[in-house]
Design a protein around this ligand. Structure first.
Ligand code: NAD
Length: 477
């Protein structure tokens, strides 16, 4: 059994009567670990250490050294992949094959950051483009912003933490991280691994505890220069208010749409959409939630989709054969079940799924849904997919855009003109053609529009948000 506290200036702070919380496997409720919550004093010390380490160590550390620490971290993580995957499987209930996938992406994030740490961090300005700018040299250098507050969700406890830590180290910043209280174990193990790889004490500090207690004093602290948050909009927009006058990145939720046109390769579309709707029991911000299918292929699509969903293995996330594991808490599973029942009471047809046993919810497919139903217009964050028929391109674009969210969309078509038209008109941070909304690689710009977020992640883009441009002008005399 793992027992952690907080990690401040390279040392763990725990015990001494601190409030404890258990971390239990969401599948069978076995005890995985115990966490001692940080006190407000721990938090203050963590922020002060992050500040001192930024001023005296990280902002002066040469790029080759930051790059080497990140590279060594990647190598260590790769060597210990299976340990991390097992821990993710236990603390988040993530099916073991998906947990391995998360670790291998995390290794890539560290490698991207190691490479980005060495890239150009500025530009030369063509000064004589301005009248009166002749005989001047202008340059811009990007400087690390300082101490960053990072707050992360439960669903990718390793990779989404790294999407904040790795760019911060590459940029020369320091961090105080507040991981999700439901899944704090792998973040702690990761930061200890990075310390072993040579990261100076105090460069990344971890404070564990409840968001409502730790996040306001963290975000509002005078030493915090930037806040980067991944999680729900409800919490994200509160944090935006707390972070007044500070730079902020918000990576929030969505009700991701996917569109299947009659000229699509149906086999590829069905296979991708089944995976994209039910991987990690639909607990991804870009999970396939609304599938719009052209009327000409609607019945064929629905038959193939439902039969593929019924062949998914639901159960113990530790088994190699499991496709769909539990939801993170009983409360989350009951909430999702209630949304299904509400939709059915409002006239939706339940084609498969709907039953819940504890935290396990059977993969669910609903048709005959309307735009006002919660399962369509809100973020389900559960193994629930809705299928809606459409006739014209204009109609489906309007339906997709009729949402407060806009993170990623998937479009299945073999018509290049249509693909570009959809790319131009869908109100999204990203559009995939012949892939689902759930696909993400860790180096491209990733972030939502509308209520899905503010700012970008994707290693190089996150680094940009963690640095500030500073101009130098020289008059030649
Ligand atoms: P959450 O918003 O409940 O929690 C996220 C973090 O906020 C946690 O660390 C939590 O402790 C903290 N928090 C919770 N309540 C708080 C409060 N009152 N004040 C301050 N902090 C508080 O999110 P979650 O349930 O862990 O994760 C699921 C959500 O995250 C979904 O909405 C999902 O779409 C979103 N998400 C978005 C992305 C993205 O990249 N856009 C990625 C993953 C998850």
């Amino acid at each position: 059994m793992i027992h952690i506290g907080s990690f401040v200036n390279g040392k763990e702070r725990k015990g001494n009567g601190r409030v404890q919380q258990e971390v239990r496997n969401p599948y069978d409720n076995t005890l995985v670990g115990v966490v001692d919550f940080a006190t407000l004093e721990d938090l203050e010390i963590a922020i002060e250490n992050a500040y001192d380490t930024f001023e005296h160590v990280m902002k002066k550390m040469p790029a080759h050294q930051r790059s080497a620490i990140l590279r060594k971290s990647a190598d260590l993580l790769e060597a210990r992949s299976e340990d991390f995957a097992q821990l993710l499987c236990q603390e988040a209930g993530k099916p073991i094959r998906d947990a391995r996938g998360e670790v291998s992406r995390a290794v890539q994030v560290l490698r991207f950051a190691s490479e980005e740490a060495k890239r150009n961090d500025g530009e030369l300005i063509k000064m004589d483009a301005a009248i009166g700018g002749e005989e001047r040299i202008g340059l811009v250098k990007r400087k690390p912003i300082g101490v960053i507050a990072a707050i992360t969700p439960f669903n990718f406890p390793l990779n989404l933490v790294l999407h904040k830590l790795a760019p911060a180290v590459a940029a020369g910043c320091t961090v105080v991280l507040k991981p999700a209280e439901k899944t704090p174990l792998s973040a702690m193990k990761l930061v200890q691994l990075m310390t072993e790889a040579g990261l100076p004490s105090g460069a990344i500090n971890v404070v564990n505890g409840l968001g409502a207690a730790l996040v306001p004093p963290l975000v509002e602290h005078r030493y915090i220069k930037k806040v980067t948050f991944t999680g729900s909009g409800t919490v994200g927009f509160k944090i935006q208010e707390m972070a007044r006058h500070k730079k902020i990145t918000l990576e929030l939720g969505a009700n991701s749409p996917n569109i299947v046109f009659p000229d699509a390769n149906l086999e590829i579309a069905v296979a991708g959409l089944v995976k994209g709707g039910f991987v990690f029991a639909g607990q991804a911000c870009i999970s396939v939630q609304r599938i719009y299918v052209h009327r000409d292929i609607y019945s064929a699509f629905v038959d193939a989709f439902v039969s593929a969903v019924q062949s998914l293995n639901v159960g113990d996330p530790a088994l190699e054969t499991t496709d769909v594991g539990p939801l993170i808490t009983l409360e989350a599973a009951c909430r999702a079940e209630a949304w299904i029942q509400e939709a059915v009471a409002q006239g939706a047809r339940l084609l498969t799924g709907g039953q819940r046993q504890g935290t396990l919810l059977q993969p669910t497919v609903l048709t005959n849904v309307t735009p006002e139903m919660k399962v369509v217009c809100e973020e389900v964050f559960a193994p629930i997919v809705t299928i809606l028929p459409f006739e014209t391109e204009e109609e489906v674009i309007a339906a997709v855009n009729d949402s407060p969210y806009g993170l990623q969309a998937g479009v299945f078509t073999s018509d290049i003109n249509r693909a570009f038209h959809l790319f131009e008109t869908l109100e999204m941070g990203g559009v995939w053609i012949n892939e689902t909304s759930t696909v993400r690689h860790d180096h491209y710009p990733y972030g939502g529009v509308k209520q899905s977020g503010i700012g970008l992640e994707g290693v190089a883009y996150a680094i940009k948000e963690m640095t500030e441009p500073k101009f130098l002008g020289i008059r030649l005399v």
